[in-house]
Design a protein around this ligand. Structure first.
Ligand code: SF4
Length: 169
């Protein structure tokens, strides 16, 4: 007997860089309403907030929050981009750099004061928004992210990748 074909799901990853991870909290809060729907539609390959075993393999969409504040983070973001067909910047820090990038605006004296911390943690001189490091396909602004806009972008990605919602019985 022929096996029923597994339903295609959207392969996604959720990643956090320099930030307070409030958009991660918003995403997990959305699960109160969307868990069972997402279970059918999403193959969550990487989301440290949800799983202990994460893989960084071929993704349809990477959702990335936070700004980029070190060479190491920039390398990791480039790696994520290289395995993802689409990359979505999540929240103001990822989209504009701010508020995580506040130190970019410090005066010289304050910059000198924080230099030992930058040296100790190998932080770069400047904090960058995502599109200063890799191409970004869509954005979800807000601090934390605008959840309505997030759902809109997720919907758009599901459509783009041909993932169909099961019709309600
Ligand atoms: S955009 Fe706001 S909520 Fe999101 S990580 Fe940055 S500071 Fe936190």
């Amino acid at each position: 007997m022929a096996k029923a074909q597994a339903k295609k799901k959207l392969r996604i990853g959720w990643f956090s860089f320099t930030c307070c991870e409030d958009s991660t909290i918003m995403m997990t809060e959305l699960m109160n309403d969307h868990f069972f729907e997402w279970k059918e539609l999403l193959d969550i390959r990487h989301a440290k907030v949800l799983k202990t075993k994460n893989s960084l393999d071929s993704l349809d969409v990477a959702f990335v929050e936070g700004a980029i504040s070190s060479v190491l983070q920039a390398e990791k973001l480039k790696k994520i981009r290289s395995v993802s067909k689409k990359l979505v910047a999540i929240g103001s820090c990822a989209v504009t750099g701010f508020p995580s990038a506040q130190r970019n605006l410090f005066d010289q004296a304050t910059k000198e004061e924080i230099q030992p911390i930058l040296d100790r943690f190998r932080y770069a001189d400047k904090v960058l928004k995502l599109d200063e490091v890799v191409p970004v396909d869509a954005i979800v602004p807000g601090c934390p992210m605008d959840t309505e806009k997030f759902l809109e972008v997720l919907d758009q990605m599901l459509k783009e990748f041909g993932i169909e919602r099961r019709s309600k019985e």
